[in-house]
Structure formats: structure tokens, C-alpha cells
Design a protein around this ligand. Structure first.
Ligand SMILES: [Mg+2]
Length: 176
């Protein structure tokens, strides 16, 4: 099985999907042995135009913290956006992360003192968020984008993701 791990299908198919970020509960994470999260900002926690965390986001991070689950922000957006968003959260934060590259993920795990076995990635895009964590053989949790951009490039990326979302849904139907 192991040699098939880095097929495109493995790299892009999420391990878990939820409707919203806060459906990813501390209890769920504990059940799958995860104690640290690498979290995307844009369209995962908040739409692009929301520059600070709302109560729901703050409450979710509080619940993670209460359970001893570490969190960091890994964003491909630029430092001003990430720094402003993180101002009240005070998390380890990596702007311009270059996902699907591994560099920022590895740095964040080092800062959190977590390992690949106990860390999962949470994001909305398969081609950056899922791919980045699967390249490191880690767990990928995906939520649908809160509010997608409607540029042709973004629509093209979403089209590319479709077969892998279908694959996830098929796999999980079979388990029911
Ligand atoms: Mg995103």
C-alpha cells in the first residue's frame, strides 16, 4: 500500500471533510489522535474581505486551546493580511507560505512542538491545502470555501478539484 501513497489521487483527496471550520471539534481531533492544526485563513476561517476574526472564530480557537490543541496559521496571503487577522489570536503565523510547499508547515510544527503524526492541516483548497499536508504524509481536513472568488482561474481550480471531492464522498458513502 505504502508505495501508492503519493499518487495524485492520494495527494488531492481529503481525509476528512466538514461543512464549516468549527465542525472540526476538539473531540473529533482527539479521536483521530491530532493535537495540532495547521490552518488556512482565506475562505477556511473567513472570506477574503473579513480582516479580523469574529466571535465564532475566537470561540473555536478558545475551545481548541481548552483541550490543549495547538494551532497555527499557514496562509498564502501576504503579511499585512495575516498579521492583522492574527493580532488578537496571537498564534504562530506563516504568511506567504507558498503552499503546497512544505517549508512553512515544517516551521510551524517546529514552533508548536508537534510532529507529522499528531498534526493535521485544515483548509479549503485541494491544490494547496490538501496537497501541502499530504506531501508530508499528514492528515488533511477540508471545508468548502466560504465565499469563492469568481475569476476564471479560481473556477478552473475548483473544476480540477471536483473528481477528488467526488472520490472522498464515494469512499465515505461506502463506509456508511
Ligand atoms: Mg484558502
Amino acid at each position: 500500500m505504502k508505495k501508492n501513497k503519493h499518487t495524485l489521487s492520494y495527494l488531492l483527496t481529503p481525509d476528512y471533510m466538514f461543512s464549516t471550520f468549527d465542525e472540526v471539534t476538539p473531540e473529533f481531533l482527539e479521536n483521530i489522535g491530532i493535537s495540532a492544526l495547521l490552518i488556512d485563513i482565506d475562505n477556511t476561517l473567513a472570506p477574503y474581505e473579513q480582516d479580523t476574526p469574529d466571535e465564532r472564530i475566537v470561540a473555536w480557537f478558545d475551545s481548541l486551546r481548552a483541550h490543549g490543541i495547538k494551532a497555527s496559521l499557514i496562509s498564502n496571503n501576504h503579511p499585512p493580511r495575516v498579521e492583522l487577522f492574527n493580532q488578537s489570536l496571537g498564534l504562530p503565523a506563516y504568511p506567504d507560505s507558498g503552499k503546497p510547499k512544505s517549508r512553512s508547515l515544517l516551521a510551524a510544527m517546529e514552533e508548536m512542538g508537534s510532529t507529522r503524526e499528531t498534526t493535521a492541516g485544515l483548509g479549503d483548497q485541494l491544490l494547496t491545502d490538501a496537497l501541502a499536508v499530504h506531501r508530508l504524509d499528514m492528515i488533511s481536513i477540508i471545508v468548502p470555501p466560504i465565499k469563492d472568488k469568481t475569476t476564471p482561474f479560481f473556477r478552473f481550480k475548483r473544476w480540477l478539484e471536483k473528481p477528488y471531492i467526488r472520490k472522498y464522498k464515494k469512499q465515505h458513502e461506502e463506509k456508511l
